[in-house]
Design a protein around this ligand. Structure first.
Ligand code: GKR
Ligand code: MG
Length: 435
């Protein structure tokens, strides 16, 4: 144990650095990813000289909440995570709106309330505090969460329909190529399997008519017999469409993720199929759990430590899932290595992690770390280095921050519909259900 005095754990400075990160042209039901996506990097510095890293969404409304929270945290201890939660719950800076169908037009992240935005911001600060605490004590974050129950965490390949390049020569090119049909999706999956050893596959759907996406799942089943497969149209289907797809793919899908939008519609699909339903859209807050449980709407909750409020909140969710017989796995949005490390630490401590976690990380060719996290046989090892076990690359951070500073506002808020309008000028976010 490293020798330190309690006063050393007091926060003396919090640095917030918004960045724009290159993102490929990944398609989803609302449009296409923009060439750059915003993230916020949080650094918490203690009196003892430890620095902790956190990461969360970087859109303007998150930044507006992060700034006052950063000020309020100075003078508190990095160990005082309950105080952080209380501070974050009352911080002012943005108001959210819950759409009638629960679909978040900006990011497919379920309901959008001011409270949920605050929790997403809090999560980045909590991770930074835990990282600093770990550096101060020489302990890995998983130890601060109660200890790892596994020494590696399984991740799955997150397959996307995509264009080869962003239009108009924008963004940073990559070598993945286009994937717009079943053969393209299988080729992408092979590449994920060869590069990273992933053995389970999730296809982001809601892009093409459901029969085409079902054909892609069939092609994956033929190419990877017996492997876990999932399909996620982000709530784009009607109940009858979802039941038809479920029927057609009952023998090959491990679960169907958010086939329809809203707890009521999910409950109706759940009642009519044997395929388990998973969600990162209709259950994204503790307040939404009772109704989903009462209506038997979902079998698996895909936690995301960002919007559930952090790593401790994720463990609380895991306990509730265990209590009510729900499965647990993890959702991801576009993110960098700090968030991936945080996911890995908390996933290492959750006893019932029932499925490989999602991650967008392989799609991100850029990071703010000196060393990228490396998948081995579809897993990330759970290390024992202090804190999160990652190191900030200040030069890379400066480059990505400079991109954010230079941006005229086009990319500072994620907007998949706006990106789609570059190719289809009349594009608007499709109605729900779309099919
Ligand atoms: O990145 O296009 C995307 C995804 O659709 C993302 O926004 C979702 O939040 O990955 C997510 C999901 O599983 O729904
Ligand atoms: Mg999803």
């Amino acid at each position: 144990m490293v020798d330190h005095r309690p006063a050393d754990l007091v926060v003396t400075e919090v640095r917030l650095t918004p960045v724009l990160v290159a993102d490929p042209p990944l398609l989803n039901t609302q449009g296409v990813h923009q060439p750059y996506t915003p993230r916020l990097i949080i650094e918490v510095v203690t009196a003892g000289g430890a620095t902790g890293l956190g990461e969360t969404y970087g859109d303007a409304e998150y930044l507006a909440l992060a700034r006052p929270l950063a000020t309020a945290l100075v003078g508190r201890k990095v160990t005082d995570l309950n105080a952080l939660a209380a501070l974050a719950a009352h911080v002012d800076g943005a108001a959210g709106t819950a759409g009638p169908d629960g679909v978040d037009a900006a990011g497919l992240r379920g309901v959008r309330t001011a409270d949920k935005l605050r929790r997403s911001v809090r999560s980045g600060f909590e991770v930074a505090c835990l990282d600093a605490w770990g550096h101060a004590t020489g302990l890995p974050v998983h130890a601060l969460l109660g200890g790892a129950v596994r020494d590696r965490v399984p991740y799955g390949a997150y397959l996307f329909y995509r264009w080869e390049r962003h239009p108009d020569g924008l963004g940073e090119p990559d070598d993945w190529g286009a994937a717009l049909d079943p053969a393209g999706i299988v080729a992408q999956a092979r590449r994920f399997a060869d590069r990273y050893g992933f053995t389970s596959f999730k296809l982001k759907g809601g892009v093409f008519p459901p029969d085409q996406e079902a054909a892609a799942i069939r092609a994956l089943a033929a190419a990877f017999p017996g492997r876990p497969l999932r399909l996620d149209p982000n709530g784009a289907w009607s109940v009858p469409t979802a039941l038809q797809v479920a029927d057609a793919l009952a023998d090959v899908l491990t679960y169907l993720e958010d086939p329809v939008s809203g707890t009521g519609a999910m409950a109706r699909v759940a009642a009519g199929t044997t395929i388990p339903l998973a969600t990162n859209m209709c259950v994204t807050t503790f307040e939404e759990l009772p109704e989903a449980i009462a209506r038997d709407a979902v079998r698996i909750v895909l936690s995301d430590h960002h919007y559930w409020g952090g790593l401790h909140a994720t463990r609380e969710l895991a306990a509730l899932c265990r209590t009510f017989g729900l499965g647990l796995a993890m959702h991801s949005n576009t993110h960098l290595g700090i968030s991936l490390a945080a996911m890995t630490h908390v996933a290492a401590t959750v006893p019932d992690l029932d499925h490989a976690c999602d991650t967008h990380y392989p799609w991100q060719t850029e990071d703010v770390l000196t060393e990228r996290l490396a998948f081995r046989d579809g897993h990330l090892d759970v290390g024992d280095a202090p804190g999160l076990g990652v190191t900030l690359d200040r030069d890379r951070l400066a480059v990505l921050h400079h991109r954010w500073l230079a941006d005229d506002g086009t990319y500072r808020n994620r907007d998949d519909a706006a990106a789609m309008r570059r190719v289809h000028p009349d594009w608007t976010t499709p109605p729900v259900p779309r099919w």
